[in-house]
Ligand binder design. Structure first.
Ligand code: NZQ
Ligand code: ZN
Length: 387
């Protein structure tokens, strides 16, 4: 195992009926005026908005609202949030939604204290020293953003989808009530599940070895697979929703990465180009990229890929045969639950690959961990992903 520090400062309040606690959690920390940030209206349709507003009122909190955060959130909305927060002199941000809303809140939180161009932070030209405190009410489990310190945003003009991490943007308090996810469209449930699996696999396949981390990772993936199937049968299955929600949180809150080598993150890097260019869901893009990446790099640590096939899908064949079978079954499972699994499935043709590669490579090369990837490797992976 590699040395590690595990420190996660987010207080997570989990369970049915917990949303009314948000107001007192904010008030307890001494804040009186918040920016209430949300997406394109799902919270108004499923009753989450009213619950949040009445909790804020009960605790005499003032709020300024900003809505309209889109999936694959845009920098222009972040800038709007920074301006509004400064003008209204808010003291904290309350993000109510999925990863896109929470990530936008994180960017607004650091942008509030930075006089330069907020994009500098995504380019690594400026390291934030301060952020507005962030509180969240999660409505979709996928990214783990409710309990981590990362954010991903797309710059409107260039379609660059970049991230930043800063210890200052861990949410202070996050409320996860899995029952509010009963209203998620089936495909979003599936994309959330695939994103969760991807986060586990980015660490699992980073070249490191650790029995506890391997077992933990395989357990999470098996739980996600079975709960996805249950939720497709019955979206209101609370036990399945809550198991899915907790899986998504622990997949990217530092737990599965402890003792590893920092993760590989190639699939995420390649996927971010796909969702930036074609505005597809992040989980959908991952379903396309992951099996192709696995096929391309498994020779770098075949034992781990063989183990994955065996422990997750019960494959008994050894060596290359088992590995290839494992990757094929993983891809087939994602297809069966409704995800696109090739570029063709989202209408992207082989002639479009160079444009995607350009977008992936804009941040420089090489990248990856298990296998360092150069332009030619990304091209080859996308070719495998095309069918
Ligand atoms: O906009 P609204 O109306 O809220 O609708 C959303 C949106 O259309 C809807 N939704 C959310 N909760 C709902 C609901 N619909 C009905 N009932 C509910 N309870 O779901 C749609 C997708 O929401 P979004 O927030 O975009 O999804 P997700 O949580 O998957 O976030 C994806 C974004 O996070 C980034 C992705 O790249 C993508 O931009 N990521 C963030 C990470 C992080 N911060 O750590 C890591 C990830 O790897 C990822 O890159
Ligand atoms: Zn992800």
């Amino acid at each position: 195992m590699e040395n590690f520090i595990f420190h996660n400062p987010t207080k997570l309040i989990f369970g049915k009926g917990t949303i009314p606690q948000i107001g007192s959690e904010i008030a307890k920390q001494g804040y009186r005026k918040v920016l209430l940030l949300y997406g394109q209206g799902s919270i108004k349709r499923n009753g989450v908005y009213e619950r949040v507003i009445s909790s804020l009122k009960e605790n005499d909190l003032q709020c300024v609202e900003l809505s309209g955060v889109k999936p694959n959130p845009l920098l222009s909305k972040v800038k709007e949030g920074i301006e509004l927060s400064s003008k209204e002199k808010v003291e904290a941000i309350l993000a109510v939604g999925g990863g896109s809303v929470i990530d936008s809140a994180k960017a607004i939180a650091v942008g509030f204290y930075y006089s330069g161009d907020i994009w500098d932070i995504f380019l690594g030209k400026h390291s934030p020293e301060k952020a507005l405190p962030i509180f969240t009410v999660l409505t979709m489990s996928a990214t783990g953003s409710e309990m981590n310190c990362g954010a991903v945003v797309t710059k409107d003009e260039t379609l660059e989808k970049y991230s930043f991490v800063s210890e200052h943007v861990y949410p202070r308090v996050s409320i996860v009530d899995p029952s509010v996810q009963f209203t998620l469209p089936a495909e979003q449930t599936v994309y959330g599940a695939i994103d969760t699996i991807a986060h586990v696999l980015e660490y699992y396949f980073d070249g490191s070895d650790s029995e506890i981390q391997n077992e933990l990772s395989e357990g999470i993936i098996r739980a996600v697979i079975s709960t996805t199937e249950r939720l497709l049968q019955n979206p209101k299955d609370y036990e399945a929703r809550s198991n899915m929600a907790w899986s998504a949180t622990v997949a990217l809150n530092g737990l599965t990465g402890a003792g590893r080598r920092g993760g590989d993150w190639s699939c995420h890097r390649i996927e971010h180009a796909l969702s930036a260019l074609y505005d597809i869901a992040h989980g959908a893009g991952l379903a396309i990229v992951m099996p192709a990446w696995m096929k391309y790099v498994y020779t770098s640590k075949p034992a781990q890929f063989e183990r994955f096939a065996h422990k997750v899908f019960g494959i008994i064949e050894k060596g290359e045969e088992g590995i290839i079978k494992g990757i094929a079954i993983f891809k087939e499972w994602m297809k069966q639950v409704g995800a696109p699994v090739s570029l063709e499935d989202i209408g992207v043709e082989e002639k479009d690959i160079p444009k995607i590669v350009d977008n992936v490579m804009a941040l420089g090369e090489p990248f990856g961990n298990l296998r360092m990837l150069y332009r030619k490797d990304v091209e080859a992976i996308l070719k495998i992903a095309s069918l």
